[in-house]
Design a protein around this ligand. Structure first.
Ligand SMILES: [Zn+2]
Length: 188
């Protein structure tokens, strides 16, 4: 007889997987998951969820992504989301990127959650699929890093307005502040 002590399995209910959270478990060996990618709930056999990547909504995207990751680096095989992800990492990490001086060169970083070479699924789970083709990656606070909270898909107009607003806020903050308190006066 094996002497291995059998530990009680962790409860499935509430468990968080990279692509979804388990929101309900049922006695008929099924459970319900909340998919981070499409934000919908779906039922699955409990056994099957360990291999699940999204609820199925990303199936086609992941297949084409797999082709990309496994050597098929032809440009037309890359999903727009994957391209956006690789570009933002390059802007922050690669000094040879033509945009580096505006990003990595200014201290803009990619958050830990998205930083690794295999972290694209997390990026996709946080930002979802690009809702419309005319959008691109935007930082809400243009001085902040690329984090799930500070990053969104936005159109060019929104991005321009946002940049203008940030600039105005910055100049207001420096001009309206009484010069008495040199401690709080931050040099840009
Ligand atoms: Zn889904």
């Amino acid at each position: 007889m094996r002497r291995t002590h059998r530990r009680k399995p962790r409860p499935l209910l509430g468990r968080i997987f990279p692509w979804f959270r388990v929101t309900a478990t049922f006695s008929d060996k099924t459970c319900r998951i909340f998919c981070f990618a499409c934000r919908k709930e779906k039922a699955f056999p409990k056994k099957s969820i360990y291999r699940l990547k999204s609820c199925g909504c990303l199936r086609n995207d992941l297949i084409s992504l797999n082709k990309t990751v496994h050597g098929h680096k032809r440009k037309n095989h890359r999903t727009v989301e994957y391209t956006a992800y690789m570009n933002l990492r390059s802007r922050c990490n690669n000094p040879n990127n033509p945009e580096y001086h505006r990003y990595g060169g200014r201290g803009v970083k990619v958050c830990k959650r998205w930083a690794g070479t295999h972290d694209f699924p997390k990026f996709l789970a946080d930002l979802n699929l690009k809702p419309s083709p005319d959008l691109s990656i935007d930082r809400i606070r243009s001085t902040g890093d690329y984090t799930p909270r500070n990053t969104r898909w936005a159109d060019a107009r929104t991005q321009r307005l946002n940049q203008r607003r940030m600039k105005r806020n910055r100049s207001l903050a420096t001009s309206e502040r009484p010069s008495k308190s040199p401690k709080t006066a931050v040099q840009e």
